[in-house]
Design a protein around this ligand. Structure first.
Ligand SMILES: C[S@@+](CC[C@H](N)C(=O)[O-])C[C@H]1O[C@@H](n2cnc3c(N)ncnc32)[C@H](O)[C@@H]1O
Length: 409
């Protein structure tokens, strides 16, 4: 029976055209995942030592010290200088400014693109990208968020050259190819996110570089738009070498995803089934059991530092931000499993911190290898000071020119 227009509420989420059940979930290999997963606190001293030895061995050879790339962007200058902003708002602005600065450095802030913000919350990051691109033509924004967001800022944009659309869906089920505005214009995508927690990052990466890219291959009848002249002038003033620029110019025309810039968070919320770095883990002799513990132990990275982060006085809008706030996620976790376990006597705070950092690095390295294998030049860097956010790592990726797809069997 048909639905009488106007009589029923909004369409259930799974009936949206872009909803494809588990399209980005990754393959669940039931045989691989042990049924009972014990908490870290129940491990014996020997078991814990064994896990730490394996962790150190697997991280051997990885770049342990990430580059600092704490940047800013003109678009946020006025807001950053506004004394009316409270401490919390200021911290968010600093992070947003650095994310935009990093996007600019990678030449991703330009006309003729669709910015897909994953885990958008109120949509503030897209808001600032829109401000930064105020004179650019043909810009779209897709704000992906599974929760209903209050205090959204995406309804406030009136600029005629940008289109904002909110997709209320879990990234796990998002098929970008079926989003009507993407089908129409086929603009190159830039995937962005600020504090995209745990498994959501893996789902977003798979959404961009597997489900979207695979379906797009060979479908683009028209070449994607070239950069405008003004955009190229902007490039010339940037610090990249000519070679890098040429490389990226060519690439943008050959891949539907022009770039990825995601500030990571909450590694303890990762999930082996969704994790894109499973191949990397297996290649260094690790599997779902080790992943389970490392993901939990990753919260040790910040356990000694949380006390120094004080909650600032907030207005209503900021408190709303805080309900999604990373530090809150971490604090909730530390109370349950990561912090108050029985290992206190076994390891010093410093040792726990070092191990937690290694766990995060290992998980993130798997993501980098995944992107590299799919033709991207990917990197991790610090994008803000730890006093601003304890979750201060930014994952970036742009297509690599020399990439030749592996033949499919
Ligand atoms: C820590 S909050 C960050 C919100 C916002 N980006 C910011 O910086 O204020 C993470 C957001 O990602 C959303 N999220 C997490 N997992 C998701 C998923 N699988 N699909 C869609 N949204 C998700 C949450 O609902 C939440 O709004």
């Amino acid at each position: 029976m048909g639905r009488a227009p106007g009589l029923l509420g909004p369409l259930p989420l799974q009936f949206n055209v872009y909803f494809v059940q588990d399209i980005n979930a990754g393959l669940k290999d039931v045989a691989e995942i042990p049924e009972i997963q014990m908490p870290v606190s129940s491990l014996s001293k020997e078991e814990l030592e064994d896990l730490i030895t394996k962790l150190k061995k697997a991280s051997n050879g990885l770049e342990l010290h990430l580059k600092e790339q704490i940047l800013s962007h003109q678009a946020l200058q006025e807001a950053l200088n506004d004394p009316k902003n409270g401490e919390s708002a200021f911290k968010h602005l600093k992070q947003q400014a650095s994310i935009l600065g990093n996007m600019e450095k990678l030449h991703l802030l330009g006309p003729g693109r669709c910015f897909v913000e994953f885990g958008a919350g109120r949509g503030k990051l897209s808001h600032w990208v829109d401000i930064a691109l105020q004179n650019a033509e043909n810009v779209q924004f897709l704000l992906v968020e599974r929760a209903t967001a209050r205090f959204k800022v995406d309804g406030k944009h009136k600029r005629k050259d940008s289109i904002f659309e909110r997709l209320q869906v879990d990234i796990q089920h998002l098929c970008l190819n079926k989003v009507p505005i993407l089908e129409e214009k086929k603009l190159p995508l830039v995937g962005i996110g600020k504090h995209l927690c745990g498994a959501a990052t893996d789902l977003a990466l798979r959404c961009l570089v597997e489900s979207y890219t695979t379906c797009c291959d060979g479908e683009n009848e028209e070449p994607v738009p070239k950069r405008s002249k003004s955009d190229k002038t902007e490039l010339a003033s940037n610090s990249s070498t000519d070679n890098e620029r040429n490389e990226e110019d060519t690439l943008e025309n050959s891949k539907p995803v022009a770039g990825i810039v995601i500030a990571l968070c909450c590694h303890h919320r990762c999930d082996w089934t969704h994790y894109v770095g499973r191949e990397f883990f297996k290649s260094v002799g690790l599997g779902p059991v080790e992943f389970h513990y490392y993901q939990r132990m990753s919260s040790w990275a910040t356990c000694g530092m949380r006390e120094s982060i004080t909650k600032s006085s907030m207005n209503d809008e900021e408190s709303e931000d805080q309900t999604n706030n990373t530090e809150e996620h971490d604090q909730a976790y530390s109370k349950t499993e990561g912090g108050s376990d029985t290992l206190q006597g076994l390891l010093t705070v410093e040792e726990r911190k070092e191990i937690g950092c290694l766990c995060k690095l290992l998980i993130d390295h798997g993501r980098i290898e995944y992107l590299q294998q799919r033709g991207y030049k990917a990197a991790l860097q610090y994008y803000t000071e730890s006093a601003v956010s304890l979750e201060n790592i930014l994952l970036t990726a742009v297509p690599r020119q020399s990439w030749i797809p592996e033949p499919t069997a």
